[in-house]
Design a protein around this ligand. Structure first.
Ligand SMILES: [Zn+2]
Length: 317
């Protein structure tokens, strides 16, 4: 993901100290109608660490294969239908293509009107925001960049079978090939989401995707989500719905301000008529750096976003 505006823009200083004091309110065990899912921030962090412990998960690598295996087991055990949408990832700068796969995790697959919660799961081959060139090729775990989305979906997955009745089917869609790029002048971004979008347009399934919410860089400490400009332009109504729910639930991280225009996996979805927005905190100071580690992520930040998503899922029709 990158901004259309200057990429060398100064990012605001972030406070990176751990949050003091955990919420003492006990977690509800059931997901009551109209209420947020009883999302467990500690378990979400456990998933995040478990994925990072696999090491880098670059498209086509062993790390990626191990993660796919882990996720397939996780979501099938929870009762979801898991599909791998396989394709070949090609870049102009690379002599060989690499086998890639988007993962589609379907809940109530019989529903003909569906919504998507999505993000990417591949990690970047190079940590190219590091100042020292020799650091670029050191192992890069990408904790908040992609991995945090997968961790949120893993935790939310624990509650989906016990969710209050929804009017829409829900697909968690995890894209491959978002980060698999080597030469920004020649290579394409967003291989997985573009493939998914083209496939949806060209082989129309028996169901319709109504809307999609993309998560990226959303799990840092002290997050802030302004309106991402491309989302506002392409899917302003959906953006308003989601930010209004956040306001109602007193989730103050969703701020009513214009943010950067970010090119990300939601662009392909909007291109084929799926209204899609990106919930992103582009001021995350560890973006594409070796310090993008679990210790710079927060389960509470994940829980706040999940709170908004889980209410939105019930209201959408
Ligand atoms: Zn990235």
């Amino acid at each position: 993901m990158f901004t259309n505006s200057s990429s060398s823009k100064e990012l605001p200083e972030q406070i990176t100290s751990a949050k003091s004091g955990q919420s003492s309110k006990p977690l509800a065990s059931t997901w009551e109608a109209g209420e947020p899912a009883p999302f467990d921030p500690d378990r979400a962090m456990k998933y995040l660490k478990q994925l990072c412990d696999l090491g880098p998960r670059i498209s086509g690598s062993d790390g990626m294969a191990k993660m796919q295996d882990l996720l397939k087991k996780h979501f099938e055990n929870l009762g979801a239908k898991v599909t791998f949408q396989k394709f070949e990832g090609k870049q102009r700068s690379q002599p060989k293509s690499v086998p890639m796969a988007n993962m589609i995790i379907s809940w109530n697959p019989e529903s003909k009107t569906r919504v998507i919660l999505c993000g990417h799961y591949d990690t970047r081959p190079i940590a190219d925001q590091e100042r020292r060139r020799e650091d670029w090729t050191r192992p890069f775990l990408s904790a908040n960049d992609g991995t945090s989305t997968v961790a949120l979906l893993m935790e939310l997955g624990n509650h989906m079978k016990k969710a209050p009745k929804m009017k829409v089917g829900v697909d968690f869609v995890i894209f491959d090939g978002e980060e698999w790029m080597f030469d920004p002048k020649r290579d394409k971004f967003f291989l997985g989401s573009d493939y998914f979008a083209d496939n949806y347009r060209d082989h129309r399934p028996a169901y319709t995707y109504k809307s999609a919410i993309l998560l990226d860089l959303f799990a840092g400490i002290n997050t802030r989500f302004p309106w991402e400009e491309n989302s506002r332009f392409e899917a302003g109504g959906l953006m308003e719905e989601v930010w209004d729910i956040a306001k109602e639930l007193n989730v103050k991280e969703f701020v009513f301000e214009r943010g950067d225009a970010v090119l990300d996996d939601h662009m392909g979805l909007n291109r084929v008529g799926i209204k899609a927005i990106d919930i992103i905190d582009f001021s995350y100071p560890h973006w594409h750096k070796l310090t993008d580690l679990p210790e710079n992520c927060s389960g509470e930040s994940m829980a706040k976003v999940a709170k908004v998503l889980s209410v939105w899922l019930q209201r959408t029709k």
